[in-house]
Write a protein that binds this ligand. Sequence first.
Ligand SMILES: O=C([O-])CC(=O)C(=O)O
Ligand SMILES: [Mg+2]
Length: 613
Amino acid sequence: MASLGSRRVLQAAIRSSQLRIIPNLFAHTHSTVMAPSSISRRGYTHRTPAPPDTSHSLEARRALRTYGLVPPAVESHALQAQRCMKQLDLKASQIEKYVYLSRLRNSDVHLFYRLVLDHFTSLAPLIYTPVVGEACLKWSDIYRQPEGLYLSYKDRGNLKEVLQNWPQPNVEITVVTDGSRILGLGDLGTNGMGIPVGKLALYTGCAGIRPEVALPLTLDLGTNNETLLKDPLYMGTRMKRVSEEEQGKFLDELMVALNETWPGIVVQFEDFKNPFPALEKYQYRYSCFNDDIQGTGAVVLAGIVSALRKSGIKAKDQRAVFMGAGSAGTGVAKQIVEYFMKEGLTEHEARRAFWFIDTKGLITNDRGDRLAEHKKYFSRDDNNGKQFMSLSEVVDHVKPTILMGLSTIRGCFGEPILNKMATLNKNPIIFPLSNPSDNAECTFEEAMKYTDGRALFASGSPFPDYIHNGKAMKASQANNMYVFPGIGLASILCKAKHISQEMIYTSATSLSSTLLENEYESGMLMPSLDRIREVSVIVARDVIRQAQREELDREPMLRDLEDYELEEWIKSKMYDPRKEDGYLELERERTEELVRASEIATFEVRERFSAKL
Ligand SMILES: O=C([O-])CC(=O)C(=O)O
Ligand SMILES: [Mg+2]
């Protein structure tokens, strides 16, 4: 027999199903009491009925009783999108545009994604880097609505219960951050929520992951950012970050709780200052990966493959100087080592092609400090006792072919350094990867101007085109958005047991294979952003194939498909907002709801009946 509590829930459900006749004008806001269509197995879902919509036919409006609530014209999706773009144009600042788009995503999710798909190149910088960086810096000020789940240190022991509060019953993927290293902006605590939200918007935009199966997750484990701790509007717990050991235990509980709640969920770790413990511990146990180390590494590798082809200089003759020696930097370099080894170098030779600079200068074995674990692999022992303090000294010493920036020091690839690179190389490879744009080591314009237009360039954040000698040149963006959506999509679709390093590596070679000949000829190292959806399909296809080779897949029927069939199947699984219709969706939900309500009513009657016996 149902308990009193569950009876109340059932009664409330029945009551609300009667109330539902009037469409909820504010059904799109999470704070609204949900219409019964929102009642799911787990409680409430915010997969709400579409709000009154100017694209609904008059007949649909009458059926929905929204007739008269919107102006009389019946508009096409294209017209609606046109109005949104016009409204976006009226916003004076980037952050206002960000807020406008966030609101749109929360109020009319399909319209938002139609916009994203149709204007990806111009909107990506607004929903993602660089503007998402500004949004995170100002998150406490611009906060308007819940957009993800927060798990606090004080919730340990109960993480599973908190996860149950997430309104969606089926979650297939989560992006999780502890906010400790947001882009190149440092520790932003719970203000880092903008990152999981932004990354998952790209999952939907680039790889067609349905918005309702994506969970943005932010861990509130304290912050060491004094400004935030003093800010009255800061919304995280006001305490210093917990210790590494405490964080480790918290993550152990989280991974179990996530997998018990949503078995096989794909977990993307994002912007953790200390990413290695989690990656090493979980990568062979769960379906997870670290985007900053593995995703960025794969994209940069794809860029390097194309740049090497373009410059004509073999792997064995490459020398790479890395400005910045954080975990992401060494992670990126390790993937290039793997590639150099596949090109015939021994591991020793490949490793020796890298020189890392941190705040104390060139990393050497004998410079007299204790090196962090992740730096040891690339530490030099061939400096003959000499230490090199500045980038300029290191460039003179190494004569690099590649300059990689992961330092977050804006402008450290200045004119003299770029001039030197241009003197040393016909086509110097210059990758200023720090995000957002304000932290980039150099801009596209600077790279081109000071190398006489000869640089092979890719950056982390977008840069505008630059006209050199009358020729318009396009900046390539070596951002992990070219691979993480495909890796995540593949892992969901083939139900990967875990995400192997080979699957990540495959995403890199797959991405480099998508560069079209005309893109390559024009100097681009990454495919055009307009094609990101088709790129994600290819990446997903190849990553699935790799999972199959390693027997990590749990969807055997995919093995029987030819490549072109697999591609078609992947496409058929992708959410396409242009095919979504709020009205039809609502009708479907209504039917389901009626069935559910009658089941509940039957249950109620039976319950009353048995209570009388
Ligand atoms: O978010 C981005 O644009 C790339 C990235 O992962 C980072 O910089 O941490
Ligand atoms: Mg990141």
